[in-house]
Design a protein around this ligand. Sequence first.
Ligand SMILES: [Zn+2]
Length: 438
Amino acid sequence: MTETTVIENGIVFTMDKNQTVLDPGYVVIQDDKVVEVGDGSPRSGLITDSKIDAKRKAVLPGLIDSHYHSIALHRGGIDGLLAKGMDKAFDEFYYPMLERMTPEDVYNEASLAYLECIKAGITTVNDMYRHITACADAAEKIGIRAVISSEAADLFPGQESLSDNENAFKLKNGAANGRVKIWFGAEWIPVCSPEFYSKARELATKYGTGLHIHLAESLGEVEICKKKYGKRPGEHMFDLDVLGRDVLAAHCVWLSDKEIRLLKETGTAVSTCPISNLKLGNGIARLHDMVIAGLRIGIGTDAYMNNLDMFDVMKYASILQKGSRADASSMPSYEKAFCMATIEGAAALQMDREIGSIERGKKADIILVDLNLPKFQPILRGRFANILPNLVYGAHGENVDTVIVDGRVLVENGELKMVDQQVIFENARKSAERVNEA
Ligand SMILES: [Zn+2]
């Protein structure tokens, strides 16, 4: 039976190709899809099962975290080690820890991380992790939309393999009404051989799915690549025929002009993760130059942030460029940063026909942000219209009031409707203790 929900009285930022704002506007959802978006109020006589009053709220497309790992169990606890260097933390802690994790631990961890995403308005994650059938199970349960790939590698013992990734594809791709998609994933150049990248590329092509990689994240990685292969990471990937429209390369901090050209030529998408890059001491990406070059770019939280807050990441993506280039006109602007977290993030995942904007026929992945807070006042229209800049530069995940994914209301008035978060917190704590003692 069809279920109809109406969101009314809100200020709707559709993010359609004209970036139409409806003030006030309404959205009609039937089952998992948006069937009508309009100005004013819905036609009289429309029979609805439920109504959501969006008065004093912004109605936005759900945020898309285009580079993410379901790492939550050691949040903050390894910051001391990270401060000694990312490569050291990976080799001494992160990779050995991954090896100790059971599928149940990953399920508990991913459940916590997805839950946090949902509450903060992130409706889609591009997750690269381990035991990914357990991640897929967690995504199904929590209700988030997830693209999931293995953090696979062949040059460090005990890591996920491409066969693990392939098995997960066969089991879980398209699960939960298509809400779960499986891609192939490769960790990074220091722990992946050229043959391994070629195999990952071959599998993504064979199954008609995407490929998620890390690229040019740290200066150490660039040095290793130059020493081993005599070229920079982007050139290495290009020469291996890995790049393409179905590839999303995370970070891309240390790109030369030539590498930016190679990404453009091959249509490869980028996910920029400015807060992760700052915290792990990896530098500031040439995001302005990548935007000007016309690359497809999304925004990601990555991992080891102490919260999963895409509003923070949008803000950093924008203001870091302006500050580091000493030029307030540097890209991305707040509008562009918002595009990168919504419709352009969807395009980076080749999902912009499905999600990323509030338009007829698209999936109903929609969030409401409470504007009835001092920091958003006064609300201005016209020449000094201020809602979008105040959202990008001033909002936080906690200001998200309602979250709908695939037409299901997962969060209402800030409260989870489908799952008991205390159970998830407790399971995550138990898993963290078990992994630490193992
Ligand atoms: Zn990453």
